[in-house]
Design a binder for this molecule. Structure first.
Ligand SMILES: [Fe+2]
Length: 325
């Protein structure tokens, strides 16, 4: 495995050290020379996640990739809570591990697709799971958003892009102390987390969906709300996840809320989400240019979108007052 790994990583692997068991003192001494640490957990041991807590203690968690059994959901949940950078299921081939190592080294966060499913099962089913006191909400938000990104390949970068757009709008709207609001940012990053539970055949299907597939896809706000429920996020996170597909005229889903009944963060996010969707490349259509997408939003002010927030769109993105239809 390690030989295969070093040949897959090629010139990026200047040195791979294989250690059978580690002690905290020598690890701490070596920490500054370590770019990425791969921790192989032993699900037969009494406390498989103990090495992960050690890695966290010396601050190497973002540069760590854990290998664990697919059935070991407790370790998956703990890895997420500790902010461990990557997670690969035992038995994966060397190229998957090499990919995880490269991603963690470059971006600091990756959950491979099977691991994303494990995390989903864990978070959905284990309501007993409660985050440890030092868990950072943004770590969990980024991990979950990154897990989704790997599954829903056509929307590459969507969560980060739409979050930055929505934060610009939120600052202009001075929405609930938007500057700086990590809760709001976590909410935007996680808006589509429920898609982790939607089959890939639906998420990546070219062309239109059947009526049944559409109904399945439209469960993602409710599923997302269930996924984050045990994580103790502030209520704005739930609001954006559950209500980002509601429409001003009440014809949205899942609850058909209307106008001011839709929480403000969700109303604002819906605008950024629509702009990003229109300007992104999809398998079945070409991207629209940015100004045309803004105009499309303005044309739907008071129908699909909150008209007051739409006035900000022109100011924020076109640097001129919006011309509403
Ligand atoms: Fe969505």
């Amino acid at each position: 495995m390690w030989v295969a790994l070093s040949s897959t990583l090629g010139s990026r692997s200047s040195q791979i050290v294989v250690a059978e068991g580690i002690d905290p003192v020598s690890l701490e001494t070596a920490a500054r020379d370590i770019d990425v640490i791969v921790v192989v957990t032993d699900s037969d041991s009494e406390d498989p996640a103990a090495p992960l807590r050690m890695v966290r203690k010396i601050g190497l968690q973002r540069g760590a990739v854990v290998i664990a059994d697919a059935s070991d959901k407790k370790t998956a949940a703990e890895a997420l809570a500790l902010g461990i950078g990557g997670y690969v299921v035992r038995g994966s081939d060397a190229s998957r591990l090499a990919n995880a190592i490269t991603e963690v080294a470059d971006r600091g966060m990756l959950y491979s697709a099977p691991a994303a499913d494990v995390l989903h099962d864990t978070l959905e089913a284990t309501h007993a799971f409660s985050p440890s006191g030092d868990m950072h909400a943004m770590n969990a938000a980024r991990a979950l958003a990154s897990a989704l990104e790997l599954k829903d390949t056509y929307t590459g970068g969507h969560a980060e892009r739409v979050t930055s757009m929505a934060m610009r709008l939120a600052r202009a709207a001075m929405l609930d102390g938007a500057v700086p609001s990590e809760s709001l940012e976590a909410a935007f990053l996680l808006h589509d987390v429920g898609k982790i539970g939607i089959p890939e055949t639906i998420l990546t299907k070219p062309g239109g969906l059947t009526d049944t597939e559409t109904l399945v896809l439209r469960t993602h706000p409710i599923l997302g709300e269930r996924i984050v429920a045990p994580l103790g996020f502030p209520s704005v996170v739930r609001d954006v996840i559950r209500y980002h597909h509601e429409r001003w005229d009440g014809r949205g889903y899942p609850d058909g809320l209307e106008g001011d009944d839709i929480p403000p963060a969700a109303r604002l996010f819906a605008i950024a989400d629509a702009i990003d969707a229109m300007t992104s490349l999809r398998p079945y259509r070409r991207p629209m240019n940015f100004d045309a997408a803004i105009q499309e939003v303005l044309d739907h002010a008071g129908v699909q979108f909150d008209p007051t927030l739409c006035r900000l769109v022109g100011e924020v993105f076109l640097e001129r007052p919006a011309q509403l239809a």
